[in-house]
Design a protein around this ligand. Structure first.
Ligand SMILES: Nc1ncnc2c1ncn2[C@@H]1O[C@H](COP(=O)(O)OP(=O)(O)OP(=O)(O)O)[C@@H](O)[C@H]1O
Ligand SMILES: [Mg+2]
Length: 371
């Protein structure tokens, strides 16, 4: 966060032209593109930093736990690894930072966790104390007005000087220059966000959110494995890891062999069929969403958007998904499906690109409006 008093002081005592030289005082603005995801968040900065952190915040439960964990708050994998000693909160669990379903202390705790997570993102971005932080934050496509405001409020509390909220698939589209005649499908943990791009900022009717995504696949996979191997012991986290490792079996001869305890004894289980079945569940969901956006588009241009469907987000890494979708699109008139480069950072990259392209005066007005 900017130390404004200090900054003004410097500006008063040093000739202005020095600020333009590369060797001038270490002051200025850093732009951040932030992809705030249900399961993980990514940041890309104008200083060239790119980081990713699990969207999980953990606080040690008591003094013993605090000693063991060695920190007052932990994030991402560190929070998950220490989850037996920590109070673990996923501030983006529903993709909605206004927490409409929570009240009182629970709501406050979630809000606090969201601020902590954003602070951690700013820390990972290696922002210097004397820099202004301007961020474009990607949020779920159907984020309501209230939710957007909640994100802006949390961002400010976390020391971000000015922020803009855009929909996640829009920032992906911005990253890959697919702002016209394209469909972007962002396959995340909590939601699949599908967005139609036609040269303007997408409106509500250009976006479809499907609430079945990676987490849904994990749950289905867990149910299928529990049915087939009732004796196996596992957590949803173990299932998720297995899915990420073996999602390729959908389209290959490889077998998915996991090692889960049975009565405490590590045991190898073949879960290939369950894996194929669970991972395949997303295909009809995505096709239906794409179909909705195509069929409600200007009939003259439908073929164009059908011809440029991009998939991104962690879930796009399911091997064979691109082909399965392209095959599925045959039944709705055909189309082309492409994988975005860098599915993990595409949203953050797009946010950063947008942040840099906004006029400085716009950012300044956002900052002063929030003061
Ligand atoms: N190799 C892989 N194969 C299949 N799924 C994967 C793979 N890698 C990551 N995933 C899944 O992708 C999902 C996370 O994707 P991503 O990080 O884009 O989500 P998010 O942005 O946190 O969520 P959301 O967009 O819903 O807010 C998880 O369900 C994760 O298990
Ligand atoms: Mg996402």
């Amino acid at each position: 966060m900017l130390d404004r008093d200090h900054d003004t002081e410097i500006m008063d005592t040093i000739p202005a032209e020095l600020f333009d030289s590369a060797s001038g005082p270490q002051t200025g603005t850093v732009y951040l593109g932030i992809d705030l995801g249900t399961s993980r968040s990514a940041v890309a900065t104008s200083n060239g930093v790119r980081e990713v952190v699990g969207s999980v915040v953990g606080w040690p439960i008591d003094a013993v736990a605090a000693r063991l964990v060695g920190k007052s708050v932990v994030f991402g994998d560190e929070a998950l690894e220490n989850r037996l000693s920590c109070d673990v909160i996923r501030p983006l669990a529903d993709g909605n930072l206004s927490y409409p379903d929570l009240t009182g202390e629970e709501r406050e705790r979630s809000q606090h966790a969201a601020v902590k997570l954003l602070e951690e993102i700013v820390r990972l971005a290696r922002v210097r104390k004397d820099q202004l932080v301007y961020a474009v934050i990607g949020a779920p496509a159907e984020a309501t007005g209230i939710n957007k405001q909640a994100i802006l409020d949390r961002a400010r509390e976390a020391g971000i000087d000015a922020a803009m909220v855009v929909s996640e698939p829009f920032s992906v589209a911005y990253a890959i220059d697919a702002l016209d005649d394209a469909i972007v499908v962002d396959i995340g943990a909590g939601t699949i966000d599908i967005c139609r791009l036609h040269g303007t900022l997408p409106e509500v009717e250009d976006q479809v959110t499907i609430s079945k995504a990676g987490d849904f696949v994990d749950q289905q996979l867990a149910d299928l494995i529990a049915k087939r191997h009732p004796e196996a012991q596992f957590t949803i986290n173990m299932i998720k890891k297995a899915k990420e490792r073996f999602s390729g079996v959908v389209d290959s001869d490889e077998r998915a062999i996991v090692t889960f305890p049975v009565n405490g004894k590590p045991t190898e289980l073949d879960v290939t069929d369950e894996m194929r079945q669970a991972v395949g569940l997303l295909v009809p969901e995505i096709l239906e969403g794409v179909q909705r956006l195509v069929s409600s588009f200007d009939p003259e241009f439908q073929h164009r958007i059908r011809g440029r469907v991009y998939i991104g987000g962690g879930g796009s890494q399911i091997f064979g998904l691109r082909r399965a979708l392209e095959e599925g699109m045959e039944s709705i008139g055909g189309g082309n499906v492409f994988l975005v480069d860098e599915p993990v950072y595409a949203g953050a990259n797009g946010g950063l690109k947008l942040a840099r392209e906004m006029p400085a005066s716009y950012w300044d007005s956002l900052r002063t409006a929030g003061e």
